[in-house]
Write a protein that binds this ligand. Sequence first.
Ligand code: FES
Length: 119
Amino acid sequence: MPNITFSSPLHKDKTIYMPAGSLVKTVLVMAKENHIPIDFGCENGECSTCLVKVTNLSNKGPMAGPLTDREITVLKQEGKITQAQVDAMKVNDLVTTEWRLACQMVLRDEDLLIEYPSK
Ligand code: FES
């Protein structure tokens, strides 16, 4: 089972061991359950308040769950993903951006570094 490290210049780093049952949860849900102060607003993939930078530390392949349509729309509006990256992601089935919305990103069995706030 993976370890998720939350890092912010404003707070002390915190690493959380993810039990098997948590791999259906979003980053934001896990952060809230572990008192990690990631900013959030809509919790519905529409406002970009929960934008985080994600680095895969386990080299196990695709980074977390695929981007949702809402996530793609917001990341494009924020300039965090290009149409070319979206197209490549659909062809290769790989996440092509390090930027994610914590309220949309579902965790998988991989070690991650999640940096916040990221604006
Ligand atoms: S809280 Fe609004 S996009 Fe995540």
